[in-house]
Design a protein around this ligand. Sequence first.
Ligand code: 3PG
Length: 209
Amino acid sequence: MSATAPTSVLTIAPVIPVVVIDDAVQAVPMARALVRGGLTAIEITLRTAAGLDAIRAVRDEVPDAVVGAGTVVRAGDPARAVEAGARFLVSPGWSEGLLDAMRATGVPFLPGVSTVSEVVRLLELGVDELKFFPAEAAGGTAYLKSLASPLPQARFCPTGGITPASAPSYLALPNVACVGGSWMVPADALAAGDWARVEKLAAEAASLG
Ligand code: 3PG
């Protein structure tokens, strides 16, 4: 594990790759390629059965990566993910039960929101760092920009439909600290073990931040 534990998901890196992995054997070479390209924060989603083993492998074998868990949606996910080595947690949504479970782990987390009322409720609950999901479908940069004036204390990591072309306009917003996306780890590159391509996509993404 790297020396410093992150205290906020939003300050780890400006661009976070979101990984859907079917075979945990791919996790270590994939993470090494991302790190070589300059992306050190890696969100491995729990939407596949390989997710937890992939997190464990990256924790054990790629000390320069800051590995986290995404698609944290079930009450037991936060504890399982942190036990496997996740150093941050990301959910596409939230409930008060899930929030309690994420808080109980002690690692930084991002609940997902797509409406103003959810932001207001989470601010009431003491959470001001949020994932905005699904970013493009929920209103994109125009929507986030509209939140900056009435809710300046809320800060976001938008994900969902973001591309290398659209990422800079998100990162330019005052209430956006980082963006997430899966474009750096395409399913066909993973399946083929094309780590040179992952590294190249990572380097291009790292240059956006
Ligand atoms: C997700 O949870 O799937 C992420 O937000 C990534 O979305 P994307 O595949 O549209 O980049």
